[in-house]
Design a protein around this ligand. Structure first.
Ligand code: IMP
Length: 436
């Protein structure tokens, strides 16, 4: 059955969305990115080969699928061209099957310089950004001094816009951040070099999606980052600068909410976070090392070691509500295979905390300082056998089934997909979203 499906992260990104999008894309005609930029890193294993996509939707791997980069994204022209070349080297030819919204905002070198300078000056108060210029590019969009893809159409006007932006940025970089100014020629040349290619990919995205949905094509909206990194609903200020939650689909592509049929939240069976910010269930003992090694927990964009911790059901329930999730997809089940005991945080205990953020003993919101919030854990026995690559729920060890059933009982929405390894086929499908 044809459908529009949203696939988004319920945690701080890196939930394994790329693999799930890739897996479900065999049923899709379009895959659409609605927010974020090349801060994302979607790792796919295709025919045993690792491919990391940063800006191009994961659908590009499939021949008959159109990939769309929506207006809610920020695009680095330099990184986009690199990604296109990387794909071409792997015999994937994106130019004819990737469409770009003319209203997507561009990330230029002065955004990157500002992101890095700001993080450096903030020092211990830094956010731990990916350093890709995401925040400043979104700031420019909102302040209405951003450069959009359609600006590449008029190089004379583009020159004026870049000069205006550089006046503003270089003043701050030099005088406030004590950094070198960004050179106008470098900025302009980077853009001019990518202009023709990017313009050749421009299409009227809302109209294409409207017709696609009307004509009963299948569309996947692919989230980047995750719910807890959302600029409005995440652990602010330790968040990214876009709406990674479901609302971002509508504003970031021009599709109305009534067109979304099914919303899948992707959650690891444990948690990770790159960058700074609260992480209540974080582990620091040998379990951290176990997750790091067994789960291969290094950032696919920055290479940074990810912080690790137990699954937090309180936050997962929040993600379910904010995104109106239809169902969950649990990933990396096999990473738990060798653990003797597995913990799930089922509640928070609050002590000694400012009364304005609690109601009786319930948190009104998740504060950034979690010193007085204590996770309440339920401990389940590990199954101590391999689930790696299993494709059938019945063949899972009994204790693994019990673990999954317990999560389902707690979250009260169906678990439709379980991932047991990085490859496309290492997946258990309890309900295929396209077939219900
Ligand atoms: P920014 O998006 O580069 O501004 O970074 C803001 C925060 O989001 C930092 O903590 C980053 O580590 C985090 N972040 C951004 N993109 C991703 C992602 O794709 N996966 C995981 N964390 C991310």
């Amino acid at each position: 059955m044809n459908k529009t499906i949203v696939i988004l992260g319920t945690q701080w990104g890196d939930e394994g969305k790329g693999k799930i999008v890739d897996f479900l894309t065999k049923n899709a005609d379009f895959v659409v990115r609605y927010q974020g930029g090349n801060n994302a890193g979607h790792t796919l294993i295709v025919n045993g080969k690792k491919i990391i996509l940063h800006q191009i939707p994961s659908g590009v791997i499939h021949d008959d699928v159109i990939s769309i980069i929506g207006n809610g994204t920020v695009i680095s022209p330099v990184a986009l061209i690199k990604e296109i070349h990387m794909l071409e080297k792997n015999n994937i030819f994106p130019k004819d099957k990737v469409y770009i919204s003319p209203f997507a905002s561009l990330i230029l070198n002065y955004h990157i310089a500002m992101d890095i300078a700001r993080e450096k000056k903030l020092n211990s108060a830094a956010i731990g950004t990916t350093g890709k210029g995401i925040g400043p590019a979104y700031e420019d969009k909102v302040s209405r001094m951003g450069i959009k893809v359609y600006d590449l159409n008029n190089l004379n006007l583009l020159k004026i816009k870049i000069k205006r932006a550089l006046n503003y940025y270089n003043y701050q970089l030099v005088n406030f951040y004590k950094q070198k100014p960004v050179d106008y020629k470098t900025t302009f040349n980077e853009l001019a070099e990518s202009a023709d290619l990017m313009l050749s990919m421009v299409k009227d995205v809302p109209e294409i999606l409207y017709q696609a949905i009307r004509n009963k094509n299948s569309v996947i909206f692919e989230g980047a980052q995750g719910t807890l990194l959302d600029i409005d609903h995440g652990t602010y200020p330790y968040v990214t600068s876009s709406n990674s939650t479901v609302g971002g689909v509508c504003t970031g592509t021009g599709v109305g909410p009534k067109s979304l049929d099914y919303i899948l939240g992707v959650s690891k069976v444990y948690m990770t976070r790159v960058g700074l910010g609260p992480f209540l269930t974080e582990v620091f003992d040998e379990t951290d090392n176990y997750f790091f090694l067994k789960g291969n927990e290094s950032g696919s964009t920055t290479g940074r070691r990810r912080r690790t911790g137990w699954l937090d059901i309180v936050l997962l329930k929040k993600a379910i509500k904010i995104n109106s999730l239809t169902a969950l997809c649990l990933t990396k089940l096999d990473v738990l295979d060798e653990l003797k005991e597995i913990k799930i945080c089922i509640d928070y205990k609050i002590s000694n905390i400012n009364s304005s953020i609690k109601n009786n003993n319930t948190l009104l919101f998740l504060p950034n300082t979690l010193e007085n919030v204590i996770p309440v854990y339920e401990t389940l026995p590990g199954w101590n056998s391999s689930t790696a690559g299993l494709t059938n729920f019945d063949s899972l060890p009994l204790l693994a089934k019990k673990y999954i059933n317990r999560i389902q009982e707690l979250v009260k929405i169906p678990i439709d997909i379980i991932s047991t390894g990085p490859s496309r086929n290492e997946t258990i499908v309890l309900r295929n979203p396209f077939k219900i």
